[in-house]
Design a protein around this ligand. Sequence first.
Ligand code: P6P
Length: 335
Amino acid sequence: MSPKVSLTRYLVEKQHVDGRIPPELRLLLEVVARACKSISHAVNKGALGGVLGSAHSENVQGEVQKKLDIIANEVLIEANEWGGHLAAMASEEMDGIYVVPNRYPQGEYLLLFDPLDGSSNIDVNVSIGTIFSVLKKPDDAGQGVSEQDFLQAGSRQVAAGYCIYGPQTTLVLTVGDGVVMFTLDREQGSFVLTEEDVRIPEDTKEFAINMSNMRHWAAPVRRYIDECLAGREGPRGKDFNMRWIASMVADVHRILTRGGVFLYPWDKREPDKPGKLRLLYEANPMGWLIEQAGGAATDGKQRILDIAPAKLHQRVSVILGSRNEVERVTGYHRD
Ligand code: P6P
């Protein structure tokens, strides 16, 4: 039985053996993982912890915040602000950036996160998760840090991942050389390496989309889904299955585990918005993970990681997963 490799040991090897991550980034990822353990603990308590239900407040997106949204956000801020590895943080739950207070040492990294994605599922005991993305403060940023420093394309990320709070609590991570998965060993209190080289099959028979929006989709998406629904008698010549958990972390985790294609496209319900999901702390980290596992991620027209952000909370249309399916949908947009 090979010895269990903990997250700490994995990151130490990434730092000392591969020289891929500097000490400050290793510290950052250890701190984020520890924060996710605390969030997992709070999520698992559920009603017993008095953490379910609405916080009776709204976030910058105008969405009603759940108590756990705010708890998860506070856990991440408090865990990361004093370590000396960060200059600032940005969160779905905060209007502006959170600059590390002067009383703490300042670092070179920027941490972005959706502290609890899928929060509409919290009260019905369906998997939810924390999504995070790490950027470096631009070299020409000078002493301070501003929102502008966060507006970097997803291809500039130095680390990205998520922690899914489901039947298992699993941390999924990339630092640019593939995707690894760590399962939380609650007896030891440590994340243990359980998947070393995550690969997504290039083809799939499973698509994930919220079908209730069908009448609002643009033609290329409608064409793609209609062809999937036509099954083996249709142009695809095979039957498809559908999944929609309404928790991006859970849908992406399924795709990283067995393949599939996930779509949250533009639709005409809110034509001025390119999509529902956020670029900087949802689409970029998930897009990088998917690419690192051999998949693809576009907004229907271009690679998500190439998009130059204009605003911190900007939204984007998302098509990601098995490479051949993403290329087909993207091709339909070009036709
Ligand atoms: P809908 C959760 O609120 C989320 O941001 C993603 O995790 C998920 O994929 C999507 O929204 C679900 O949206 O419109 O199907 O409820």
